[in-house]
Design a protein around this ligand. Structure first.
Ligand code: USQ
Length: 404
């Protein structure tokens, strides 16, 4: 099977490409190095050193004997996407290639516009290119649990049955996202659903929760295969941030009351969930949604778990309640369904003390690389002013097309 991973240089995309390659798929990756570029511009950096894509691909060949092809370019460029699909002819496309950060999208107008243009135009181009060059191909698109927000009722997997004035229908679940980034994923979902209905394309929208973890079976094979690990106030997600904070004995930054509840999953389960989606494609014309997470936690629960694991390792860790920079419910009802991937065969890796301790062990080897000044959350959801001199972004960013 020919599989294209868009965003194949990223935190999830790179391990996903190796995961499929190891299992006999013919894999190609697409990337424009957006995250590496934005790191350079913003002074952020992966905690774990990451090697240039060409070095990664060579190392993978050495270690596994398998080839991964690379297409360097931007999916907001329609000619480029068309050419990739025309020449590679994928059976499935795994689309990770978007700007992934909510705080980034809330910096100011520039960053909101950049996020939505980059994400929505990229996905729309892909849909048109699929229609033209590979209409049978299965699109597996990374969406987010954040599309739903935090409603005061159970969250279903994509659709909800509604009875209104005596009539019944199954309709898309209401979307109440909490940032311009999460909104970009909502808009993508609508465009993908429309393309399936209108053109008979097939797609799986994976509404993924917050991923944590440093290692997969493949990244662990060689240090040149490591994936990125972000911990700063823009790119780092909550549990990964807490783990890095713990190993430098920085107080754990719980925003507000810490009752914010979200779905979480281990990075190794992301790999498997995407494989399950790819191996069980929907029918032509079908648009389906899987809620991709394995457990729910509040932010405070996570802070307590990290604190306990860190204390066992001898780190002196405190939890501080800082002012919440986001506009979000700090305590709320949350019960999201997530059975469809389990039904397909997912066996989750649940969060445990042992796992947390092994993550802390690994991270502590790199703690000298932490840039403490990047940890505080500087982006204020209530303000439309760029708070800390983040450089303006415009599309398209100019990229040198080297596999750096
Ligand atoms: N939070 C803290 N302290 C921190 C960082 C975050 O209390 O130091 C809180 C936030 O206020 C929020 C929650 O933790 O309530 C989650 O924040 P996050 O930064 O870990 O995650 P989020 O911004 O929602 O976005 C991340 C990924 C995104 C993905 C999404 C899945 O960046 O790409 O789509 O998780 S989900 O959250 O399910 O929508």
């Amino acid at each position: 099977m020919r599989l294209l991973v868009i965003g194949g240089d990223g935190y999830l995309g790179w391990p996903q490409a190796m995961y499929f390659s190891r299992r006999g798929y013919e894999v190609a990756v697409v990337d424009n190095f957006l995250h590496r570029k934005l790191d350079e511009r913003g002074g952020t950096e992966s905690l774990i050193p990451i090697f240039p894509l060409d070095v990664r691909i060579k190392a993978w060949k050495e270690v596994s004997g398998a080839e991964i092809e690379a297409f360097i370019g931007d999916v907001t460029d329609f000619e480029f996407v068309s050419e990739v699909l025309r020449s590679f002819r994928p059976d499935a496309i795994v689309h990770y290639g978007e700007q992934p950060s909510a705080p980034f999208s809330m910096i100011d107008r520039d960053h909101a516009v950049f996020t939505q243009m980059n994400n929505i135009v990229g996905t729309l181009n892909l849909l048109f290119a699929m229609k033209e060059h590979c209409p049978e191909c299965h699109l597996v698109k990374l969406g987010t649990m954040g599309e739903y927000g935090t409603p005061n009722i159970d969250i279903e997997e994509g659709f909800i049955e509604i009875i209104h004035n005596g009539r019944k229908d199954v309709l898309p679940y209401p979307k109440q996202p909490g940032s311009f980034y999460h909104l970009s994923k909502v808009h993508d979902s609508h465009n993908i659903m429309f393309a399936c209905r209108n053109w008979g394309l097939r797609a799986t929208d994976l509404n993924q929760g917050i991923v944590y973890g440093v290692e997969t079976d493949e990244t662990a094979l060689d240090e040149r295969l490591a994936t990125r690990f972000d911990y700063d106030g823009i790119w780092g997600t909550v549990l990964n941030r807490f783990c890095v904070q713990a190993v430098i004995e920085h107080p754990l930054t719980v925003y507000g009351k810490g009752g914010q509840t979200r779905g979480f999953l281990d990075i190794r389960d992301t790999m498997r969930c995407v494989e399950l989606a790819v191996c069980n494609p929907p029918a032509p014309g079908e648009y389906r949604v899987f809620n991709q997470f394995t457990e729910q936690f509040t932010v405070r629960q996570l802070a307590e778990l990290v604190k306990n694991a860190a204390q066992k390792k001898g780190f002196a860790v405190e939890i501080v309640q800082t002012e919440d920079p986001r506009v979000e419910a700090q305590t709320h009802y949350y019960n999201a369904k997530h059975t469809r991937l389990i039904d397909l065969g997912l066996r989750p890796h649940y969060l445990s003390d042992v796992l947390l301790e092994s993550i802390l062990d690994k991270l502590s080897r790199y703690r000298h690389r932490v840039k403490k000044e990047t940890i505080p959350p500087l982006v204020d959801w209530r303000s439309t002013r760029n708070p800390a001199g983040y450089k303006p972004v415009t599309l398209p960013l100019s990229f040198d097309n080297k596999a750096r």
